[in-house]
Ligand binder design. Structure first.
Ligand SMILES: C[S@@+](CC[C@H](N)C(=O)[O-])C[C@H]1O[C@@H](n2cnc3c(N)ncnc32)[C@H](O)[C@@H]1O
Length: 370
């Protein structure tokens, strides 16, 4: 198998392709992406046979921005016979993967894809049994073993492949299923909730999304993101000229600041932990504002949206991330920077930056605090 399949948001295939071409080249792996607008995935064909396997081992999945899932696949299986779709699929993966722990029969996140989901669910049980009988899968589910993916792009037509559970998305179709909380003031609340799930390890929530922490929400109205911080029992300064939902104000945890987010300074400069920002502005301007906050020590972690331009979106995001990295390094600040086009993001990506420590004496940092 010498191809990589990457699932992405429909309409962002070019960005996903530009990213995988760029990232694989940097690893010395060469190939070419096949892109079809609106299909919801990219196939990247490596020139060397073993390079697809190398790519999914060496390229950290969490470092990709536009891919929702990354797996090795073989050639497209076409015209699967309706009387026995299972055997050709088993034949494709047998000898390639052994003792896999999970099977996902998936589709692209498109309207055509969704029409195939019912069929996929029906196929899963007999296919899983056949894969177990063939030794491709363990008899019990395991989240520590490779995942077998069967990716139906049309009726009777699928890619078969695998991903590694330590370097993939743990979610079916690469999409976390979150339920919209009825009492949240806007649907964009799901963006920040998803960002927490994607960027912050579950076992660190108690420490990094802790009760009583101080946070600032820039561009907060009507309060979808503030709602998430309130749910974590934080104390929030919500910055926006627009109104905040009364239900949030009634909690007593929110102070509404009717100010310009580009000039606002946190009231509790030394103890503010989070800044989140959803202001609709030029991406570079937001990126530099967030860099300022981290450099000034006004927050330890930041989550913010970059609204993407119509063209050269991968290049634009890359420039913003490089710009933040450069400025933090100039100030001796070590940081972890991650970005992802979340499922709940539209023409935008979400970025997370965590300040780890600062080399500049006098700056509060992780080592001094211990
Ligand atoms: C996409 S909405 C935010 C939605 C919010 N995150 C939520 O979940 O409900 C963008 C907000 O940014 C605010 N905004 C834009 N520019 C701003 C600025 N310079 N200062 C403060 N707020 C700004 C707008 O008033 C608008 O309410």
């Amino acid at each position: 198998m010498n191809k990589i399949a990457l699932y992405c948001r429909p309409g962002f295939e070019k960005e996903c392709a530009a990213e995988i071409a760029d990232r694989s080249t940097r690893l010395g792996i060469y190939g070419f992406p096949r892109v079809k607008d609106g299909c919801g995935y990219v196939i990247f064909e490596c020139y060397q046979h073993d390079d697809a396997e190398r790519l999914i081992r060496e390229l950290p999945f969490t470092s990709l921005i536009f891919a929702r899932q990354m797996l090795v696949v073989g050639d497209l299986l076409k015209d699967l016979p309706p009387e026995d779709r299972v055997s050709p699929i088993v034949g494709m993966i047998q000898g390639v993967v052994e003792r896999a722990g999970e099977l996902r029969v998936e589709v692209p996140d498109t309207n055509e894809g969704k029409e195939l989901l019912k069929f996929c669910r029906k196929l899963t049980v007999p296919l899983r049994q056949a894969l177990r009988d063939a030794g491709v899968m363990l008899n019990r589910e395991s989240h520590q073993r490779p995942v077998v993916h069967v990716f139906f792009i049309a009726s009777g037509c699928c890619y078969v492949g695998y991903s590694y559970s330590n370097n993939n998305s743990p979610f079916f179709m690469g999409i976390p299923r979150l339920k919209f909380p009825a009492e949240a003031p806007s649907r964009s609340t799901l963006k920040l909730e998803e960002a927490f799930h994607i960027f912050i390890a579950a076992d660190e929530w108690e420490e990094r999304l802790a009760s009583g922490m101080r946070a600032v929400d820039l561009g907060a109205s009507p309060g979808g993101w503030t709602y998430q911080l309130v749910q974590r029992s934080m104390m929030i300064e919500a910055v926006d000229n627009g109104p905040m939902a009364q239900s949030l104000m009634d909690t007593g945890q929110v102070t509404h600041r009717k100010e310009d987010g580009f000039h606002f300074q946190p009231t509790h400069v030394t103890t503010n932990y989070w800044v989140v920002c959803d202001m609709v502005e030029k991406p570079w301007r937001v990126a530099m504002l967030m860099a300022d906050w981290l450099i000034n020590g006004w927050c330890r972690e930041a989550i913010f949206n970059l609204k993407l331009p119509m063209k050269k979106r991968y290049e634009e995001v890359s420039q913003c991330l490089e710009g933040i990295d450069k400025r933090l390094k100039e100030h001796g600040i070590s940081a972890q920077i991650q970005a992802r086009q979340l499922y709940h993001d539209r023409e935008e990506v979400t970025v997370h930056v965590r300040r780890m420590w600062s080399a500049i004496p006098g700056r509060r940092d992780e080592r001094e605090r211990r």
